[in-house]
Design a protein around this ligand. Structure first.
Ligand SMILES: Nc1ncnc2c1ncn2[C@@H]1O[C@H](COP(=O)(O)OP(=O)(O)OP(=O)(O)O)[C@@H](O)[C@H]1O
Ligand SMILES: [Mg+2]
Length: 276
């Protein structure tokens, strides 16, 4: 029997805090570590899909969630196996994607019975193909798509900036997560892996305002704020622009970010070494 994959969702209820970048960074370092890794893009804008070099996929996460009311529902596990594609040419061959497409946005208001449980079953269908799965959630206040990620995952990681938006995104995400983890909730065993400080300015660019929001984060969540700090480095944009993993990006800043993503990977999944 294959071991179930580790499944980690990146969630925040504010946009632009780095959910997609952290997801892509973790996928890159997990692949470099020799793991078979999949990214799941749940954002209809398909940013992770694009960053992982996949354009015009034949199937997408929409096929996993959508059920034609005229037809008998298909097993999401089977659809997931048909949908999983290799990441693009700049990525290692052990990195895979369940891509998103724009029409996936329609699923947010889809009233199909049990739709939010389909992702969990879909990812179970990949258990002999991948070792680790990272889910990139869209910046929604709760809702069905984020809910499906929180039901499917074992762990949730909350990226934040040292700004009010980062703090609020984390606070609201924590409140939504609680709906799933309370006794009798839909995923009582979901663990909060932590809050990760991202796009943190270096040197003189770190202002009193950043320090203020960092204090707020630490006062409210203490040790849940992980020791890893991901700095604001322009090389990040090279990854998005060139649809390439950070592990292929040149220069010192890329090395520093890679080292940060590696720390984060090992904090989030401490038993990884045994998996390879
Ligand atoms: N460490 C970093 N250094 C510099 N820029 C970064 C870093 N991390 C992310 N960014 C940039 O910040 C912007 C927002 O990041 P990203 O798209 O990952 O956030 P997001 O939370 O997924 O946003 P959305 O909610 O819109 O999906 C992007 O342009 C990204 O390249
Ligand atoms: Mg994103």
């Amino acid at each position: 029997m294959p071991e179930d994959p580790d499944i980690v969702a990146e969630v925040s209820e504010k946009g632009g805090v780095g959910k997609t970048s952290v997801t892509a960074g973790l996928i890159a370092v997990a692949a470099e570590h020799g793991l078979r890794v999949a990214g799941v893009d749940l954002d209809p804008r398909a940013t992770l899909t694009d960053e992982m070099g996949v354009t015009e996929p034949k199937k997408s996460v929409n096929d996993i969630y959508f059920v034609d009311p005229e037809k008998r529902p298909r097993d999401p596990a089977e659809i997931a196996r048909e949908t999983l594609v290799r990441a693009g040419k700049h990525w290692p061959s052990n990195a895979w994607v369940l891509p998103a497409v724009r029409k996936f946005g329609n699923r947010e208001t889809d009233a199909t019975t049990g739709m939010e449980f389909r992702l969990k079953r879909a990812l179970w269908g990949l258990r002999d193909l991948v070792d680790v799965i990272f889910i990139d959630a869209p910046p929604r206040p709760g809702g069905k798509i984020v809910g499906s990620a929180l039901i499917a995952s074992r762990k949730v990681l909350i990226p934040t900036t040292l700004k009010k938006d980062g703090y609020l995104g984390a606070r609201e995400a924590m409140a939504s997560i609680e709906h799933y983890t309370v006794p009798g909730g839909l995923n009582e065993s979901l663990e909060i892996a932590g809050i990760v400080r991202n796009i943190v300015p270096t040197g003189k660019k770190l202002t009193q305002v950043h320090r203020h929001w960092e204090r707020q984060l630490l006062e409210r969540w203490g040790d849940l704020v992980l020791p890893t700090i991901l700095n604001d480095y322009s090389v990040r944009e090279i990854c998005r622009t060139g649809s390439m993993p950070i592990t292929s990006a040149p220069g010192r800043e890329a090395k520093l970010l890679i080292s940060g993503y590696r720390d984060l990977l090992h904090h989030t999944l401490p038993t990884l070494k045994e998996k390879r």
